[in-house]
Design a protein around this ligand. Structure first.
Ligand SMILES: *[C@@H]1O[C@H](CO)[C@@H](O)[C@H](O)[C@H]1NC(C)=O
Ligand SMILES: *[C@@H]1O[C@H](CO)[C@@H](O)[C@H](O)[C@H]1NC(C)=O
Length: 260
């Protein structure tokens, strides 16, 4: 009898715990349907660093000779085939400790190229990786359930498909005077990647290239969307920004250093 009543109590405890979890999730986070495909968004520092107005410790543009000279990661985004995307899918606040072993690679290949702190889902603003995890990473279920595997896989996919190399080998090298046919750049990537990328421009400068993947990371075409690029584009060279001591002071006061 003692063990039977213990079992009943356990069952009741389990049922109410389950109900509680559903209740909390249902009210706090809007449930969104499973995503359709991934986009690996890569940014071109040559274009973005030209637009960055000032320096701070988090800005990868400002590392002098250590500043990035190849496409760096913007994010790995779960997307829908209709052109929309899910965001902020779980009540999981970014924890930098979970990816501490990846920090060297993230600093190098996935740096922020800005000083401003992007929005996060639950805490207002945070560092770049917090934004990417909370906004996009939490929507990558059932493929990823934790920060570590999400960031590690993004890095591995980035290492596997080197867009900078694909372009360089086809003769598309960074230049402030050359203009290249957009179709040529796209073909150069298609020839090695075997699928069509999406190219994002800022005026005529290439700002981002996105590679798309099925959920098992086999390449697929990105959505055929209106490109923001003209017929001829440029891949501007990177001009390392110097650290501006007076800007650094402002950043320190406004708390931009706390995170790292
Ligand atoms: C990509 O290729 C470029 C040019 O060949 C090379 O310098 C760079 O190290 C490669 N990047 C990665 C992440 O492997
Ligand atoms: C540094 O920033 C300050 C304030 O934004 C600006 O007035 C100054 O000209 C900048 N100095 C350099 C060397 O860019």
């Amino acid at each position: 009898m003692a063990s039977l009543s213990a079992q009943i109590i356990l069952c009741i405890a389990l049922i109410s715990a389950t109900c509680l979890i559903i209740g909390v999730n249902g009210s706090a986070v809007e449930r969104q349907r499973e995503f359709d495909y991934f986009a690996l968004a890569l940014q071109w520092p040559g274009t973005i660093c030209h637009q960055t107005r000032h320096c701070c410790s988090s800005n990868g543009c400002c590392r002098g000779s250590d500043s990035p000279t190849e496409f760096t990661i913007h994010g790995l985004w779960p997307d829908y085939n209709d052109g929309s995307w899910p965001s902020c899918c779980a009540r999981s606040q970014f924890d930098i400790k979970e990816i501490s072993t990846l920090m060297g690679a993230l600093q190098k290949y996935w740096p922020s190229l800005y000083c401003s702190r992007p929005s996060t889902c639950f805490s207002g603003k945070g560092i770049f990786w917090a934004h990417e995890w909370e906004t996009h990473g939490t929507c990558s279920s059932p493929v990823f359930h934790d920060e570590y595997s999400y960031f590690l896989t993004a890095l591995n996919v980035y290492f596997k498909y080197n867009v900078t190399k694909m372009l360089n080998e086809a003769g598309y090298v960074p230049s402030n005077s050359e203009r290249y046919p957009l179709g040529g750049l796209v073909s150069a990537i298609e020839n090695s990647f075997q699928a069509t990328p999406e190219v994002i421009c800022s005026k005529h400068d290439v700002k981002e290239i996105r590679l798309c993947f099925y959920k098992d990371f086999k390449p697929r075409n990105c959505l055929a969307s209106k490109t923001s690029c003209p017929k001829y584009v440029s891949l501007p060279t990177y001009v390392a920004l110097g650290r501006n001591e007076s800007d650094m002071g402002i950043e320190r006061i406004s708390g931009d250093f706390e995170a790292l």
